[in-house]
Design a protein around this ligand. Structure first.
Ligand SMILES: [Zn+2]
Length: 164
């Protein structure tokens, strides 16, 4: 596939590739870790070698697949140009802030003065809702479109422990 990309398209492509490398490495690390623990083969260097091969292969596959899927999001529907969609504006309208709390079971204390006691975790946070509108445009044909939706965010999170 030959591509004739403008400077702005190359910039968008580079960002996609960087993001894909990041998630590719994460996925590959996870798979290689699982292989390392499952295949407890001897000698040790063979076990490490196998994990390294698995890491390399899954890294390339995961990165390629991620680039493929991300690229679809950055292709202009109007002119079909690849790597051409750029976020130009974000508008947020505050809707509401609701205080929330939760109580979680933290298990039992295993040592020290409070050994055997139940740990109770009290969590508090604010649930903020925003009406978010994001405007995009195509760097090739200039077509603009926007996406709008309600986003929920957890803020002012705090957690304390008590013992029973
Ligand atoms: Zn376009």
């Amino acid at each position: 596939m030959s591509e004739n990309l403008s400077a702005s398209q190359k910039k968008i492509k580079n960002e996609i590739v960087l993001r894909a490398i990041g998630s590719g490495a994460g996925i590959a690390l996870l798979i290689a870790g699982v292989v390392y623990f499952i295949f407890a083969i001897e000698p040790m260097f063979a076990r490490i070698g196998l994990s390294l091969i698995v890491f390399t292969v899954s890294f390339f596959i995961a990165t390629k697949v991620t680039i493929y899927f991300l690229s679809g999001d950055y292709q202009c529907e109007a002119c079909n140009a690849t790597y051409s969609i750029e976020l130009i504006d974000t508008e947020e309208i505050f809707l509401s802030a609701i205080p929330r709390s939760a109580i979680k079971n933290g298990g039992r204390v295993t040592s020290g003065d409070r050994e055997g006691k139940h740990i109770v975790i009290h969590e508090n946070w604010t649930e903020e809702k925003y009406d978010v509108t994001r405007k995009y445009h195509c760097v090739v044909c200039g077509d603009t479109y926007q996406e709008q939706g309600v986003e929920t965010r957890k803020t002012s999170f705090s957690s304390t422990k008590t013992y029973q």
